[in-house]
Ligand binder design. Structure first.
Ligand SMILES: [Zn+2]
Length: 514
């Protein structure tokens, strides 16, 4: 086989899932180090992410196998939250573009993006980012991006990237694998073994996060179908994105991207088949929620733990404050024999626990400080069992190996409820968020989690029962609760959809002439 010189591929990412209904804005410092996942630059990226189950990690591993040379620029992640200040995004984008300019000429660009980022000046941030990169590298250099399953894929994104690869799982346990897939396709593209063309469909369909879970129908079945379709000859990659309904933009919602090796007709046919199937099953995406009291009563009756209560409406992984008190109040009042709540992000409460000190009884005002949508602050008296700085590494199947920095944290015990208080807002999907305090979730009757679906990566098999709670908040799956201003209408399930076609057929990329 002919030896080809090492192709140079620039890698990086800017990741944010923007909940435009959240009050607090997301600024530059939210992307920086010390903020849960944070930021890494240059060679530091190779060192930190080579073994991590994330997009750039997978890409780096595959690049090294395929003889590509990854050129790391910048990777910045902020916890899902409110609208991003445009300046913050522009600063990150321009740092990436400066690095890219210095690295030119390059053979390819790999990006890890979320796909649902919104700034106060731009509704299609990833489209903007891709457009800038395309302008700089020209139309013949491959650009491949990995996207979250909750990406709101826009026509501009589909146009500017050669290949978009969405996660196939929620909980997202395949992020690294999608990065590896991107690496394989990048090597084939650079060596001119494939010529990707894509078909894009935007469905007029909003899906609430709990029903985007791929462990249960209908998503489980749809992804089985996707994987069967991916086995057909000439199919390179199929993405079904569930979308992020809490970003109020025109392009929010479900979409499909099918990429084939220079066969537009095949891409169009598959995109159509998939759209028909998803639309047929749209009613199955409706969510059934349980009142907190009913869930607790059920746990107390069976006495078999752990019973997981998922407070998805206050899921920081979808931009919610993570200091909501509705679930916590019910647990404290129910006199349960054992329960743990992870986590309440409340720097003031952590500071109060610190002032009192470990081993002391304290009265602390807990939670409810970000807004009035997730329950009022609770004044609780209990034991401060532990207080200090805390970080841990994910050990479960999702984002395995990534370090999570909780900032200062405390374990505050009230009426047999162990409340994990922390400074940083983050989604406690990995059981390490609890175990790192010496608490074993298997030994608790009730585990209350600020998470909509990702907790299932660790708790699906561990839990005796799981309840998706009917609590208020800016991540509630009841989509009728939101006041949309920018979303395209009509859209299911908000509108009747009579006399409207269920999707927009967006022009596919043209086949290569020669
Ligand atoms: Zn996601």
């Amino acid at each position: 086989m002919k030896q080809i010189k090492k192709a140079r591929v620039v890698i990086g990412g800017i990741l944010h899932e923007t909940n435009t209904f959240a009050h607090a804005k997301t600024g530059y410092r939210d992307f920086m180090k010390g903020r849960a996942l944070g930021m890494a630059e240059g060679v530091e990226m190779l060192k930190e992410f080579r073994n991590a189950n994330i997009g750039v990690g997978g890409f780096i591993r595959e690049a090294e196998r395929s003889g590509l040379e990854p050129i790391p620029l910048i990777w910045a992640f902020a916890q899902p939250g409110g609208t991003v200040r445009h300046q913050a995004y522009a600063r990150l984008r321009d740092r990436f573009l400066t690095g890219l300019k210095e690295a030119l000429p390059v053979d390819g660009v790999f990006l890890e993006l979320h796909g649902a980022m919104v700034t106060d000046r731009c509704q299609d941030v990833e489209g903007d980012f891709l457009r800038h990169i395309r302008k700089m590298v020209g139309k013949h250099i491959p650009i491949i991006a990995v996207l979250d399953l909750h990406a709101n894929i826009t026509p501009l994104m589909a146009k500017e990237a050669d290949i978009l690869i969405g996660y196939d799982t929620y909980p997202h346990v395949d992020i690294g694998a999608r990065g590896e897939e991107a690496g394989r396709l990048m090597a084939l593209m650079i060596r001119k073994k494939i010529r990707p063309v894509s078909a894009f469909r935007q469905l007029h369909l909003l899906i609430a996060p709990p029903r985007q879970c791929t462990l249960i129908p209908p998503m489980r079945d749809i992804f089985r179908m996707v994987h069967e379709m991916e086995k057909r000859p000439k199919v390179l990659s199929i993405t079904f994105s569930g979308g992020f309904p809490f970003a109020d933009i025109g392009d929010a919602g479900a979409s499909i991207v099918v990429t084939t090796d220079n066969d537009v007709q095949l891409a169009e046919t598959i995109a159509h088949e998939l759209a028909v199937e998803i639309w047929k099953r749209r009613k199955e995406f409706n969510v059934v929620l349980t009142p907190v009291k009913d869930a607790i009563a059920c746990a107390l009756k069976t006495r078999k733990g752990p019973v997981v209560l998922a407070d998805g409406s206050d899921n920081p992984g979808g931009g919610a404050p993570c200091d909501g008190t509705v679930m916590l109040k019910a647990l404290v009042e129910a006199n349960v024999p054992s329960a743990v709540v992870a986590v309440i992000a409340d720097p003031e409460a952590v500071a109060a626990a610190g002032r009192s000190g470990a081993g002391k009884t304290a009265t602390i005002r807990v939670g409810g400080k970000t807004d009035r949508l997730h329950g009022k602050p609770l004044t609780l008296t209990g034991l401060v069992r532990w207080v200090g700085n805390k970080s841990y590494f994910n050990k479960g199947p999702m984002m395995t190996g990534m370090r999570v920095d909780m900032g200062r944290a405390a374990v505050f015990v009230v009426n047999n409820v162990e409340i994990i208080l922390c400074e940083n807002r983050f989604q406690p999907f990995d059981a390490e968020a609890i175990r790192c305090f010496g608490i074993e979730p298997r030994k608790r009757l009730i585990v209350g989690l600020k998470s909509a679906v990702h907790y299932r990566s660790c708790y699906q098999t561990m839990a005796k029962k799981i309840f998706e709670l009917d609590t208020p908040g800016i991540h509630t799956p009841d989509l009728t609760q939101y006041r949309y201003r920018n979303l395209r209408r009509p859209i299911y399930p908000l509108d009747a959809m009579k006399n409207h076609h269920p999707w927009v057929h967006r022009a596919s990329t043209p086949a290569f002439a020669d």
